[in-house]
Ligand binder design. Structure first.
Ligand code: FES
Ligand code: FES
Length: 175
């Protein structure tokens, strides 16, 4: 029986289509079968397991990363379709703050206790980074609305909004 479709790890390796990404600032080359998603490439091949698999169907936001600076659900992107793109994951954000430290959003999530189990947190933080770059959210209501694709089973929404608002305020972007 051919089990490749059900095994992301088996779909990565020596066969497949060669692709190159700028992954957290470094060039990353891999060979992938055409059905492999960016999420599985990140987790299974690049071992960047900060990006989480929740629904695997574009409905929970746990897998959110930044693709050429824009937030996307990595479970909905085929790896071959993002060949040549820049991808930033939560691990890359961890080194993008002042002096190579935490991103201000990561610090804000800790300061505002914006998680319980933490499973949704990498996706929430990547989504918030993309949201701030979009420049559309200035109020709590707008943050809630524009982060609505990122579900939190623990219901930490109030503190997540507090954390995002604190960064918007610090950057002079809040109303
Ligand atoms: S795992 Fe991608 S949206 Fe849920
Ligand atoms: S902190 Fe547990 S799912 Fe959000």
């Amino acid at each position: 029986m051919d089990t490749r479709v059900h095994s992301p790890a088996a779909a990565l390796g020596d066969s497949g289509i060669p692709i190159t990404l700028q992954l957290n600032g470094f060039s990353h080359t891999a060979r992938v079968e055409p059905w492999v998603t960016l999420l599985d490439l990140l987790r299974e091949e690049a071992h960047l397991t900060g990006t989480k698999k929740g629904c695997d169907h574009g409905q929970c936001g746990a897998c959110t990363v930044l693709l050429d600076g824009k937030r996307v659900n990595s479970c909905l992107q085929l790896a071959v379709s993002v060949d040549g793109s820049a991808v930033q994951t939560i691990e890359g954000l961890a080194e993008s703050g002042e002096g190579g430290g935490l991103d201000p959003l990561q610090q804000a999530f800790m300061d505002h206790d914006a998680f319980q189990c933490g499973y949704c947190t990498p996706g929430q933080i990547c989504s918030a980074r993309g949201l701030i770059a979009e420049g559309k959210a200035r109020t709590r209501e707008e943050v809630r609305e524009l982060m609505s694709g990122n579900l939190c089973r623990c219901g930490a929404y109030t503190n997540i909004t507090d954390a995002v608002m604190s960064v918007l305020q610090r950057e002079g972007l809040a109303k």
